[in-house]
Design a protein around this ligand. Structure first.
Ligand code: 5GP
Ligand code: MN
Length: 323
């Protein structure tokens, strides 16, 4: 990225009066942080804009500045430009996908592995740890005004996707951009507390269930757990509450791949997969219609949780065998 991306970004906004911004379903701090930061920047340019997401903000992101901009239905009947950020496939827009397939030009700002390649203007950098970092670069290059709100939103994206600068995707640039955002009023302490250090009792209870039922194979290098719908009901928990569970298993020293299978709603099984080092679990997730990054991926199964478990575990074992 570099100069040409900023030029493409700038010229795509030239003469535009209305923009629709979209991000992925089950949004995280990078999805909402970057979508909302972009919305603030468009405000600075006097461009009408709206932020669409399949879901409303999860509890731990309610603190994000102007989070109430996130909508499930559009305001504008038509827009001059649509922008999707922090996602690669139209599918992951969920129920808001049709609003990005209206014939308006589509810009994609993203850091996932490209596969479907939607959009006419594509600003993609798979080496960037967060979409928010790509956007922060762009905003610097177009001389945006870094308000405390924009800085906090972008910082939330970078902090979330680097796991507070602990993951291997953390680059020198991520740290220097974070420093820049702190200088411009980004509230790191608030982000850390809200995103990582606060959860409801239902989540702690459900984590107990998940860890208690942890299964292992391949001499402990594969760990997984199954959280059926009944466990969600018992703990009075929702899918949001499972955030971070898969990491708890991966952080066991023998474990190289960890997965959770969960059925927050009957009939739909969500899987989160995490791996260490060079083990590519995105490739495994893609076999089941999912995707993600090398070390963090996911997919969804229709049908029973037992069938999802046996299919995915078999593929994860193959992945370990061939490593
Ligand atoms: P999580 O386990 O946190 O839901 O997802 C981890 C990563 O995998 C996310 O960054 C996301 O990009 C990707 N991912 C999760 N579920 C899906 C899916 O169903 N389809 C695709 N393409 N990617 C997914
Ligand atoms: Mn991201």
């Amino acid at each position: 990225m570099i100069k040409s991306d900023a030029a493409a970004f700038k010229s795509a906004l030239d003469g535009v009066k209305s923009v629709r911004i979209g991000t992925h379903q089950n949004p995280d701090g990078d999805a909402l942080g970057s979508a909302l930061a972009l919305s603030h920047y468009l405000d600075q340019l006097g461009i009408a804009n709206e932020v669409l997401c399949h879901n409303s903000a999860p509890r731990n992101l309610q603190f994000l500045p102007s989070v109430n901009r996130v909508r499930q239905t559009p305001i504008a009947a038509e827009v001059d430009l649509a922008i999707m950020i922090d996602l690669e496939s139209i599918d992951r827009l969920g129920t808001v996908a049709p609003y990005f397939q209206t014939g308006a030009p589509l810009m994609v700002i993203d850091h996932h592995m490209p596969h479907e390649m939607p959009g006419q203007i594509r600003i993609i950098d798979t080496s960037a740890p967060a979409a928010a970092l790509i956007l922060a670069r762009l905003l610097k290059q177009v001389d945006a005004h870094f308000t405390p709100e924009i800085s906090t939103l972008l910082l939330a994206g970078i902090v979330t996707d680097t796991g507070s600068f602990r993951y291997r995707n953390t680059t020198p640039e991520a740290l220097s951009m974070a420093a820049f955002l702190l200088e411009h009023g980004g509230n790191l302490n608030r982000i850390s507390e809200e995103v990582f250090q606060r959860k409801p009792l239902s989540a702690t209870r459900l984590l107990g269930y998940a860890l208690n039922g942890m299964k292992m194979s391949m001499n402990g290098s594969l760990a997984w757990t199954v959280i059926p719908n009944s466990a969600f009901k018992l703990a009075n928990a929702s899918d949001e509450d499972t955030e971070g569970f898969v990491n708890e298993m991966l952080f066991t020293d023998c474990v190289r791949i960890a997965a959770i299978f969960r059925e927050p709603n009957p009939g739909k099984v969500r899987c989160s997969i995490r791996s260490r080092s060079d083990l590519d679990v995105a490739q495994v997730a893609r076999k089941f219609g999912g995707g993600g990054h090398k070390n963090a991926a996911g997919c969804t199964f229709e049908g029973t949780i037992e069938s999802a478990e046996s299919q995915l575990v078999a593929e994860l074992e193959k992945c370990l065998e061939s490593s």
